[in-house]
Design a protein around this ligand. Structure first.
Ligand code: DUC
Ligand code: ZN
Ligand code: ZN
Length: 469
């Protein structure tokens, strides 16, 4: 007897679309077919799509964000919001704190996440202090324990690594088989431009964009790829916003390098113009890299269509707007420089991609599944996730492809007090989200337990294997 049958739906994977019922036992998919017999529970998926649960491999939850600034989500609210958005797993970052062993910081994140998550969680690390202890001991041990990817920053005071440090970190990744994710923006160029804007009295949130124009991102993308080439290690450029940075990735690939790309909803449906004339309300859109213009949105679509981008993530990095610990903190009112960087989006990532992508025939349903789930699992070594197949975790999102929704803050479940996607109409919405065989959201209602989500240790990814290695 099965625990659960999802009956009558149309299943789609990254490879195929087919009619099948899905049988689940002990949290695992054990049967696909048309007459699966009896089950303790049956979910009717007639006229629905049965898709692998979304994996959002780039989210920030309860991450320290500067003095007096507090992220809008804890693990409970972020993973609840993720589940309502059709996600069954999220991958947040553990930010290394200077002077504190990485493992100590990691334990603090586990204390915040474990028992508090509706969906599964798997941590990346952020390396901000690449000293001998970090590179020689902590990182290799943590990678062995299943934290097989880490991010490095080329910008932000206290986070940015110089080129020598980038090389050291990349060399460690090569030795240990970890995947390096890079935030590619040139810190000195941003400081120079921000200083100049401030001297000219251009301090409103709108000027966040002009302080980080495309050459800032393109140059750092090129440099990150070149540094990775020097040590012969694969690299993933995260949150790519524009054609010029994409071209750096494509050119590197043509030369045979293993360079991967990620883009996010903000680069498909927001533009710099959204901030124009808004004064402080422009802070609602401050994220880095900043959204560009319609031509670069089109470029990002082409990148999704043509495979320049392997993964599509939200970069959910939520702050409240009307809050002294959020976007409108006292220093943030004096200059864009102090407006916390990041926007919420874990719940809206997939409906936006589905509606604008599949609905408007820019991408196929198979590309949607790959970009929303399967490629994330493969990229990061989540070996039992990301597809609907025998033996995989029963992580499933049931979508109503006809449901029309206008995105409103009032309809979302995150901890932020706004959404930058307010008023965008979409067709297609995830109605039921099942994590390892248990419904967390069912027909739009929260039915799961916040202790159901668990941390998933990961394998090393084939994407991280050096060329020829
Ligand atoms: N980079 C991220 O990945 N997220 C939010 C802010 C940032 O700069
Ligand atoms: Zn970043
Ligand atoms: Zn991010």
């Amino acid at each position: 007897m099965l625990d659960l049958i999802i009956k009558g739906g149309t299943v789609a994977t990254a490879a195929d679309t087919f009619r099948a019922d899905v049988g689940v036992r002990d949290g695992t998919i054990v049967a696909l077919g048309l007459d699966l017999g009896a089950a303790a529970e049956v979910i009717d998926a007639s006229n629905k799509l049965v898709l692998p649960g979304g994996i959002d491999s780039h989210v920030h939850i309860a991450q320290p964000s500067g003095e007096g600034i507090v992220m809008a989500d804890d693990f409970e609210s972020a993973t609840r919001s993720a589940a309502f958005g059709g996600n069954t797993a999220v991958m947040p970052f553990v930010l290394q704190e200077r002077g504190t062993p990485l493992r100590t910081t990691l334990a603090a994140y586990h204390a915040k996440a474990d028992g508090q998550s509706y969906v599964d969680v798997s941590f990346h690390l952020i390396v901000s202090e690449p000293n001998a202890q970090t590179l020689g001991q902590d990182l290799p041990a943590l990678i062995e324990d299943g934290y097989t990817s880490f991010k490095v920053f080329m910008t932000y005071e206290g986070l940015a690594l110089n080129d020598r440090e980038m090389l050291e970190v990349m060399a460690t990744a090569r030795e240990t088989g970890a995947l390096v994710m890079v935030h590619a923006e040139n810190n000195d160029a941003i400081r120079f431009l921000a200083d100049r804007l401030e001297r000219a009295g251009k301090t409103a949130p709108f000027f966040h964009g002009p302080s980080r124009p495309i050459p800032v991102e393109r140059e750092a993308t090129h440099r990150a790829i070149s540094l990775a080439e020097l040590v012969d290690v694969p690299v993933l450029i995260v949150h790519v916003s524009n054609r010029e940075a994409m071209e750096e990735i494509s050119r590197a690939r043509r030369r045979g390098l293993k360079v991967y790309g990620e883009t996010c909803p903000q680069y498909l449906v927001l533009t710099e113009k959204d901030m124009d004339g808004l004064n402080m309300e422009g802070a609602k859109y401050v994220c880095s890299p900043p959204p560009r213009d319609a031509a670069h949105q089109q470029a990002c679509w082409e990148g999704l269509q043509q495979g320049v981008f392997d993964v599509f993530s939200s970069d959910h990095c939520p702050f409240r707007y009307d809050d002294p610990a959020g976007k409108l903190n006292p220093k943030g009112r004096t200059s864009f420089r102090w407006v916390p960087n990041g926007i919420p989006g874990v719940e809206t990532r997939l409906p936006i991609l589905f509606s604008e992508g599949v609905g408007k025939r820019r991408i196929t349903l198979q590309q949607f599944v790959a970009l929303s789930a399967t490629n994330h699992a493969r990229m990061y070594g989540l070996t039992t996730k990301g597809s609907i197949a025998i033996g995989m975790d029963a992580d499933i999102a049931i979508w109503d492809p006809e449901r029309e929704v206008t995105i409103r803050q009032s309809g979302l479940h995150h901890g932020s007090d706004y959404t930058p996607y307010e008023g965008i109409s979409v067709k297609g919405w995830p109605v039921t989200t099942i994590v390892r065989g248990r419904p967390v959201v069912r027909d739009g209602e929260l039915v799961g337990a916040k202790a159901h989500g668990r941390h998933v240790a990961r394998a090393r990814s084939a994407y991280a294997t050096p060329r020829g290695g």
